[in-house]
Design a binder for this molecule. Structure first.
Ligand code: SAM
Ligand code: DTB
Ligand code: SF4
Length: 343
């Protein structure tokens, strides 16, 4: 045995198994993943998959650093879209009280509180199909106010035109979040009011304007493993890997069409995180929605699988998230630290 032994050297192979890329091959960002080889990664013994993901994590990231992003819903509910998972869609009766676009001062005050609690990035979300021209000046002022506090900024406002993307970039927005949510095949089961192609076009507009991309998806929506493979392959085969990849576990909200489905095997969630880490070695992989339902041990396994970012603060957009104190305590117990993870 030598120091340079890598997972690829020791995995037993059968003729039916596609060759798995070595850790060295993964040092270059790859954009040519096939469904078969990513399926083979999912099918590895969990211990082997974790070893591979950890090896990649160590080569590309700071394995003890966890990036902390705090969310704020700046415009809540009454959304015209029909995303089957979402408590903010107007057509589902989820008991949510709609709220119009917040004042800049209130947003900046919430960002200050998040910064004092230790957040590194402030993510502002609006329940819009897409922003209107008249909204752009106010969200631009929010970006400027939050940045002035020394926080990184992220927004998720729905679909963007090139002009809107440029205006946000000019205001100084660091990241734009726009998720693909699931595989191209399963997408139509979840959303009918906009297409997968619409989502890809927004991601292109964000890139063209020079902003960083935050893009991931949701698991536990009744999709198959093939759909989870399809989501991760689509993300990794984008012309550039998203700098930030949120992996959300569905929050089952009463009143939405997905309120009562079967929940995902937690080890399948861990596998999804590990494969995301392997496919996008230089990206932050965020353990996102769904953490209130996860044990400390499961979250620790996710960090071991290569997750290095969380949503931090007692609310996501409209649903609950673990309290800051319990997250700080968890990171302490695991010997992890808040960090920007720029290895
Ligand atoms: N309206 C904008 C849009 O959809 O692009 C931005 C806000 S939307 C709430 C942001 C993301 O939150 C969605 O793309 C979805 O991935 C995630 N999300 C919404 N509801 C969720 C739920 N119940 N469980 C997990 N993730 C959810
Ligand atoms: C992301 O991928 N997850 C966040 C953020 N990006 C905007 C949102 C999760 C929302 C969970 C349901 C809610 O709180 O409304
Ligand atoms: Fe609207 Fe976004 Fe919710 Fe879809 S996910 S219903 S676009 S707020």
């Amino acid at each position: 045995m030598t120091d340079t032994l890598t997972p690829a050297d020791v995995t037993p192979r059968t003729a039916a198994q596609p060759a798995l890329r070595s850790a060295e091959a993964l040092d270059e960002e790859c954009h040519d993943w096939t469904l078969d080889e990513v399926t083979a990664l999912f099918e590895l013994p969990l211990t082997d998959l974790l070893w591979r993901a950890q090896s990649t994590h160590r080569r590309h990231r700071e394995p003890d650093a966890v990036q902390l992003s705090t969310l704020l819903s700046i415009k809540t509910g009454a959304c015209p879209e029909d995303c089957a998972y979402c408590p903010q869609a107007a057509q589902y009766n989820t008991g949510l009280t709609p709220e119009p676009l917040m004042d800049v001062e209130r947003v900046v005050a919430a960002a200050r509180t998040a910064k004092e609690a230790g957040a590194q990035r402030f993510c502002m979300g609006a329940a819009w199909r897409s922003p209107k021209d008249r909204d752009i000046a106010r969200v631009g002022a929010m970006i400027e106010g939050v940045k002035a506090l020394g926080l990184e900024t992220c927004m998720t406002l729905g679909m963007l035109t090139d002009d809107h993307a440029e205006a946000l970039a000019e205001a100084g927005l660091d990241y734009y979040n726009h998720n693909l949510d699931t595989s191209p095949e399963y997408y139509e089961e979840i959303i009918t009011t906009r297409t997968y192609g619409d989502r890809l076009a927004t991601l292109e507009a964000v890139r063209a304007a020079g902003m960083k991309v935050c893009c991931g998806g949701i698991v536990g929506m009744g999709e198959t493993r093939a759909d989870r493979v399809g989501l991760l392959v689509t993300l990794a085969n984008l012309p550039h890997h998203p700098e930030s990849v949120p992996i959300n576990e569905l929050v089952q909200v009463p009143g939405t069409p997905l309120a009562t489905g079967e929940t995902l095997d937690p080890f399948e969630f861990v596998r999804t995180v590990a494969v995301a880490r392997l496919l996008m070695p230089n990206s932050a992989v965020r353990l996102s929605a769904g953490r209130t339902e996860m044990s400390d041990e499961l979250q620790a396994l996710c960090f071991s699988a290569g997750a290095d970012s969380i949503f931090y603060g007692e609310r996501l957009l409209t649903t609950e998230n673990p309290e800051g104190n319990s997250d700080r305590d968890l990171l302490d117990r695991l010997g992890l630290r808040a960090g920007l993870s720029e290895a």
